[in-house]
Design a protein around this ligand. Structure first.
Ligand SMILES: Cc1cc2nc3c(=O)[nH]c(=O)nc-3n(C[C@H](O)[C@H](O)[C@H](O)COP(=O)(O)OP(=O)(O)OC[C@H]3O[C@@H](n4cnc5c(N)ncnc54)[C@H](O)[C@@H]3O)c2cc1C
Length: 458
């Protein structure tokens, strides 16, 4: 076994990976730039700093994020164990006392005989042959970002999320939407189109321009790529800009009228089964309540929309995972470099910790000469992994960071009511995780007994 694994970044992902590897008997050097240098969002000195909310979101396993909590707990995740110790009352959410949470993990790292802390900014990817895990997060400093860019190609490292909303397929009104591709391209009916008359379009543009926006953080210059402008910025440039941009109706005709609508909102499949649909070109900085209000009131067919994800645009350094990370989990261009956390294109505290956990298991497998078998696609961990490898997405998918959501899971057979579907997804995930653990010899604690009354399962 080699002497040391280098982990760059002591955030959620790096701390999880360091403790997991050390507890498995691997020597670790954890490089952390604080306190010498901080990103604009990091204020404290401790590891695993929660830079914004103190909530790790729903703990209810009938939600994809709650299921991810459960799986991490059952696999012995240090981050989840510490979150449980630092828990504060917050309904069905797992919220923590952030000082206690970070303090507990920092103390565990400092006390571990196999972890050495190196308080320094790492400016270049560590050299081979030692294995390393890069977990420097959404605000990775420029010098290391440049080194990553040199390794993978400039176009494979993005600096902004430009996230369009995703709507649940079953909530779209199919008496309004029509299935069609522009000029009948592809299968001819690949998109769902929501048609707007001139009056509806103009009202929509007015609402976008006047709607409430999220103010950029001080470190986020409101400077966007021209190809990825927020819709409200386009709307403010002129009344017809959207109708000639993402809402252009060319090559489409509404089969019910035989006419071309004045404008359309196009929805593109997020998954093969059509359970989730992406609003094409609708990245936005409108606040989430404003997105719900404006989209449901102004876009025909979305009046009862359920949102899988709402739109956002914010500073975020992330790799194009499906292009640059190979099936073995390391960078295709640097086989000794693994990446973990938000820099791989996962989004959120717990998803980042989960990504660190998976990277650590991969590294451990390689050190022990054992093949890494990925958790099944129907588990939350497997779904997250399939997002990063691109397996969860249709061809041509524009890779953008994602939380763990059920749209990343393989669909269930048949149609089910929402509550029933969630219960079935949970049962399937538990069954598959247990099968995977038994087949691979991974230690797994028992699933919790059912604490969730049916009225809490939505
Ligand atoms: C402003 C902001 C608000 C957010 N709010 C939320 C929220 O409310 N809820 C949520 O779930 N997610 C939120 N996120 C996303 C959140 O950052 C991630 O979910 C999570 O913290 C990412 O974990 P990570 O381990 O990948 O990176 P981080 O937790 O950011 O950790 C990266 C670590 O690497 C260190 N580092 C960076 N570069 C170097 C280097 N060159 N050398 C050595 N060390 C380095 C940093 O100091 C840091 O400690 C927010 C992100 C931002 C930027």
């Amino acid at each position: 076994m080699q002497s040391e694994v280098h982990i760059v970044g002591g955030g959620l992902a790096g701390t999880e990976a360091a403790l997991f590897l050390a507890e498995a008997g691997v020597r670790v050097v954890l490089h952390e730039q604080k306190p010498e240098r901080r990103s604009p969002a990091h204020k404290e000195d401790g590891l695993a700093e929660l830079v914004c909310s103190n909530s790790l979101r729903s703990d209810n396993p009938h939600n994809a994020i709650g299921l991810l909590h459960e799986e991490l707990r059952r696999l012995g995740s240090p981050v989840l164990a510490e979150a449980d110790r630092a828990r504060v009352p917050a309904g069905d959410a797992l919220a923590v006392d952030r000082v206690r949470f970070s303090g507990g993990l920092t103390a565990r790292v400092q006390a571990h005989p196999l972890i050495r802390m190196a308080f320094e900014e790492v400016r270049e990817l560590p050299a081979a042959p030692d294995l390393c895990i890069v977990a420097t997060g959404p605000l990775t400093a420029e010098s290391l970002a440049q080194s990553l860019r040199d390794a993978v190609g400039a176009e494979q490292l993005a600096f902004y999320d430009a996230i369009a909303p995703i709507v649940a397929g079953e909530s779209v009104d199919l008496s309004v939407a029509f299935a069609q591709s522009r000029y009948g391209k592809g299968e001819g009916a690949d998109y769902l189109n929501l048609p707007l008359s001139r009056e509806q379009y103009e009202k929509f543009v007015e609402e976008l321009v006047n709607g409430g926006k999220v103010a950029p953080h001080a470190f986020e210059e409101a400077r966007y790529f021209e190809g990825c402008l927020p819709i409200e910025v386009m709307a403010a440039r002129g009344r017809d800009v959207l109708a000639y941009g993402p809402m252009k109706p060319v090559g489409l005709s509404d089969p019910r009228t035989g006419a071309r609508p004045h404008a359309v909102v196009q929805l593109r499949r997020e998954d093969q089964a059509g359970t989730a649909w992406n609003m094409v070109g609708f990245q936005t900085r409108l606040t989430w309540p404003e997105q719900k209000r404006i989209f449901t009131s102004c876009i025909p067919g979305l009046q009862n929309a359920e949102w899988v994800r709402l739109g956002q645009v914010h500073r975020n350094t992330f790799l194009n995972g499906p292009q640059v990370i190979g099936p073995e989990g390391f960078l295709k261009a640097r086989p000794h470099v693994y990446c973990a956390g938000q820099i791989t294109g996962v989004e959120g505290y717990v998803e980042s910790a989960a990504s660190g956990h998976l990277a650590a298991r991969r590294v451990l497998g390689r050190l022990r000469g054992a093949e890494f078998v990925a958790p099944p696609a129907a588990t939350a961990l497997g779904a997250l992994l399939r997002h990063v490898t691109g397996e969860a997405h249709p061809p041509g998918y524009d890779y953008q960071p994602s939380n763990v959501v059920y749209a990343l899971f393989p669909p269930l057979e048949g149609r089910h009511k929402k509550i029933e579907r969630k219960a079935k997804l949970l049962q399937r995930a538990r069954r598959e995780l247990a099968g995977w653990a038994a087949a691979t010899g991974v230690a797994l604690s028992p699933a919790p007994s059912e604490p969730w009354p049916s009225e809490l399962r939505s």
